[in-house]
Design a protein around this ligand. Structure first.
Ligand code: MG
Ligand code: ZN
Length: 223
């Protein structure tokens, strides 16, 4: 039997501060949600670890959907504009959000970024969260839908080790499925893990490098 030290409720140093902060974030998220819906915009929060394929997925979705939707993208990252530069090549409005040291987007930053867009001219916004599967789950942004992207290179325990991220996802994209043999991974087992947490979630296998499966992601979100 292994010794495990567990943080009890109220024991971590910043717990009260954190509760206030989360509540303030939720109120701002509600405000974003109203702003978006007043403008007829559907926002999709895209979460996943660094390297899972969030930017590639958004890029493939933008390519497929930009003829029938008016799309913009918000990209969250600590300090770089790499993702915004990639997505900006597709002729759509892109706003980079640099969080500095923060490992997640919050509703306040998203509100600031939305002010840079002409919302009345848009109907779809993808919000690429900071590459991290832990705390973004605690910070709603005001988006209507959420996609979680995982990739086979993250190993067999990516779902069971990050349960909260999957609870409120509308769709989970399992990316890099072409590497299943190389990784020796059982995709069905990953799907079982996800369904156990979120029985209603839509699961889509993709290879975002080639675009395989991406049309099904758009279908799963009703886009
Ligand atoms: Mg990215
Ligand atoms: Zn964080």
């Amino acid at each position: 039997m292994r010794d495990v030290v567990k943080a009890e409720e109220g024991e971590t140093f910043d717990i009260e501060l954190e509760a206030n902060l989360l509540k303030a974030n939720e109120q701002l998220a509600e405000r974003n949600k109203k702003l978006l819906s007043r403008n007829g915009v559907v926002a999709v929060d895209v979460m996943g670890s660094i390297g899972a394929g969030k930017t590639s997925l958004i890029e493939q979705l933008v390519k497929r959907l930009k003829e029938r939707h008016h799309i913009a993208v918000l990209n969250g990252d600590l300090t770089t504009t790499i993702d915004a530069d990639i997505l900006g090549q597709h002729g759509i409005p892109v706003v980079q959000i640099n969080t500095g040291k923060e490992c997640h987007l919050d509703a306040n930053l998203v509100e600031k970024a939305l002010k840079k867009l002409e919302l009345e001219k848009l109907n779809l916004i993808f919000i690429e969260n900071v590459g991290n599967l832990i705390c973004p789950a605690e910070f709603p942004l005001g988006s209507e839908k959420r996609i979680v992207v995982i990739s086979l290179t993250e190993g067999p325990y990516i779902v069971v080790k990050h349960p909260y991220s999957f609870l409120h996802a509308d769709a989970v994209v399992i990316n890099k499925v072409d590497l299943a043999d190389a990784m020796g991974l059982d995709i069905e087992k990953l799907k079982e893990d996800i369904r156990r947490l979120n029985p209603k979630v839509k699961l889509v296998e993709t290879n975002c490098r080639t675009g395989d499966g991406v049309a099904k992601v758009a279908d799963a979100l009703g886009l």
